[in-house]
Design a protein around this ligand. Structure first.
Ligand SMILES: NC(=O)c1ccc[n+]([C@@H]2O[C@H](COP(=O)([O-])OP(=O)(O)OC[C@H]3O[C@@H](n4cnc5c(N)ncnc54)[C@H](OP(=O)(O)O)[C@@H]3O)[C@@H](O)[C@H]2O)c1
Length: 290
């Protein structure tokens, strides 16, 4: 039987690299990895031609404009990548019957807090350009591909690219006194766990158990950026002074939700996922980075 094809776009980012690492464990599938050098998703004709030629069975879109603060002054490019590029993918994918798996963010919420983790059905209200553009990406994808799966995730880190874990390891090793925000709460999520969840969904789909829709996926547990920093340094054996500060004391270009814990009941019930605690996953990532 011919192998099913999975196209991974934005394949050189954190999530894309984790999917590259997982691919050999899924020999039943043929993977095609593309980043902007092979396929600029902002070019609608190129994207349509690529998808029509490849006719993938599944698309995992890992591409995004993820520089949250820079996006506040780079609005047009952020929207081109996070909204328009998604439409460029969705239109030809719908025509060839490709199932789209897409990744979104906790920043679609305003973070004012409901006294409980956010459900997929809770009202959105992004407070940043990045969050607004990602929400628009969700909407345009569902317009063209109503049978898409969208995973909203949060605070991604991995051994690849730039992320909070790598920054805190570097600053900690430089021995500088650090000030880190303690009044924003969320869940650090290891990109390898997200990659495994996406592959579990595709495997379920092949077993006839595909359930489209929006899902929340992060690792288990929660913390503030300050607590996250302390845990990174504790696990890495770095001794450095870290002072908790408020968001007001640490202004950034973009506003961020104060509370963005996501409820994962839906994805766990639907796809039977076992999700690790964020501290365990942090240990796995740090071990790989040794
Ligand atoms: N990082 C987080 O903390 C976080 C939190 C919540 C949700 N998410 C979401 O999770 C997903 C994966 O995030 P990530 O951290 O893996 O992102 P990432 O590391 O920033 O990777 C995104 C990739 O997309 C590529 N890309 C940008 N514009 C493109 C274009 N026009 N055509 C093709 N590729 C393009 C980027 O290339 P360049 O590097 O050359 O621009 C990069 O390789 C994204 O949807 C993101 O919004 C991330």
């Amino acid at each position: 039987m011919e192998k099913k094809t999975i196209l991974v776009t934005g394949a050189n980012g954190q999530l894309g690299n984790e999917l590259r690492g997982l691919a050999p464990r899924y020999p039943a599938f043929r993977f095609e990895f593309a980043d902007i050098q092979e396929l600029d998703l902002c070019e609608p004709h190129a994207v349509a031609g690529f998808i029509e030629a490849l006719r993938p069975d599944y698309l995992i879109n890992c591409a995004a404009y993820t520089a949250v603060d820079k996006a506040e002054s780079d609005v047009a490019l952020c929207w081109r990548v996070n909204r328009d590029a998604v439409e460029n993918l969705a239109k030809p994918a719908a025509l060839c019957g490709c199932r789209c798996l897409h990744v979104s963010t906790d920043y679609v919420f305003d973070g004012k807090g409901l006294g409980r983790p956010y459900l997929e059905t809770d009202a959105t209200g992004p407070v940043s350009v990045y969050g607004q553009s990602k929400l628009a990406g969700e909407e345009v994808l569902l317009k063209h591909c109503p049978d898409a799966v969208i995973l909203r995730t949060a605070w991604l880190y991995s051994p690849f690219g730039n992320n909070f874990v790598k920054t805190m390891l570097r600053l900690g090793r430089e021995g500088r006194d650090l000030r880190v925000v303690s009044d924003q709460v969320g869940t650090p999520t290891y990109a390898a766990d997200l990659a495994a969840a996406l592959m579990a969904i595709i495997v379920s789909a092949e077993d006839g158990k595909y359930a489209p829709g929006i899902y929340h996926f992060t690792d288990e547990g929660s913390c503030s950026w300050y607590e996250f920093t302390r845990e990174i340094h504790r696990q890495a054996g770095i001794q450095v002074s870290v002072t908790p500060v408020s968001t007001a004391e640490y202004p950034t270009a973009a506003m961020r939700p104060a509370y963005s814990i996501l409820d994962k009941t839906k994805i766990k019930m639907t796809y039977g996922l076992q999700i690790p605690d964020w501290k365990e996953s942090l240990a796995c990532c740090l071990k790989r980075m040794e």
